[in-house]
Ligand binder design. Structure first.
Ligand code: NAG
Ligand code: NAG
Ligand code: NAG
Ligand code: NAG
Length: 218
């Protein structure tokens, strides 16, 4: 898998559609007690608020997305009483080619973050003539922060489909780890509507930072 495909794979996690219903009611959101999720198959751990729901992409019945044959998995968590499209945390685990043994293979944290965000940004369309847009909504992606902490790359950014959709605030971390058989790329994205950020930011950041993967081998 080359770098571009990995970037797309991370972005694609946003497109996972678990069935969802309900309106925005953010009661009992943050401050909840965390439990530790330990994944038997890919050996990562993650802190998750005790009362959040959970779903795995492969169980959603959409093999074309989860690529059951592709060694790719997607797992998602979301708070109760809130539409999962408004607040969710999604982790995608994919194959990496053997030469990717260090995060440095993806460039610096800033290069990696810029590539990931730019791969989604179409804001240049807004600067062009209106007819060129054909009334299609335009995705605007903005990188806010990028860095590296204990072998994970972090980035914070916003996404908004202009003019149709409200702005979303996202936190992503990526790490490489050895799952017992292969090196794998772990990519976690936590997101909420910008307007829900005051309620959820602390929880989302804590979850993303809590991701722990086994060290790489080779
Ligand atoms: C799987 O997802 C793709 C892309 O979102 C969609 O086009 C397709 O209809 C879905 N298939 C099923 C069986 O839901
Ligand atoms: C994932 O990686 C393993 C080891 O390199 C390989 O055997 C497997 O076929 C790969 N799967 C895909 C879909 O690339
Ligand atoms: C997470 O939120 C995004 C943005 O609304 C949405 O596209 C995606 O389907 C959601 N993921 C899940 C698992 O609900
Ligand atoms: C490791 O990843 C591979 C896919 O690359 C998967 O088939 C396997 O179940 C995972 N876990 C272990 C313990 O090998």
């Amino acid at each position: 898998m080359d770098r571009r495909r990995i970037l797309l794979a991370s972005g694609a996690a946003l497109a996972l559609g678990l069935s969802s219903a309900g309106s925005v009611r953010a009661e009992g959101a943050p401050g909840a007690s965390f439990t530790q999720y330990a994944d038997p198959q890919d050996s990562f751990t993650l802190k998750v608020p005790a009362n959040w729901g959970f779903g795995e992409g492969e169980l959603s019945g959409n093999a074309s997305f989860s690529g059951a044959s592709g060694g790719r998995r997607t797992l998602a968590w979301f708070p109760e009483n809130v539409n999962p499209r408004d607040v969710n945390v999604t982790i995608t685990i994919t194959n990496v080619s053997v030469e990717f043994t260090k995060l440095g293979s993806f460039g610096t944290p800033f290069t990696f973050a810029s590539n990931l965000v730019n791969s989604q940004d179409r804001s240049y369309m807004l600067r062009g003539p209106e007819w060129a847009r054909r009334n299609e909504p335009v995705m605007v992606a903005k990188l806010l922060d990028a860095g590296e902490v204990s072998n994970k790359y972090f980035l914070e950014y916003t996404l908004q489909k202009v003019p149709d959709e409200p702005k979303r605030h996202l936190y992503t971390a990526v790490a490489l780890g050895y799952n017992g058989t292969y090196n794998r790329l772990y990519s976690i994205t936590a997101q909420s509507l910008e307007e829900l950020k005051p309620q959820y930011e602390a929880t989302l950041v804590a979850m993303v930072k809590s991701l722990s993967v086994p060290p790489t081998k080779f």
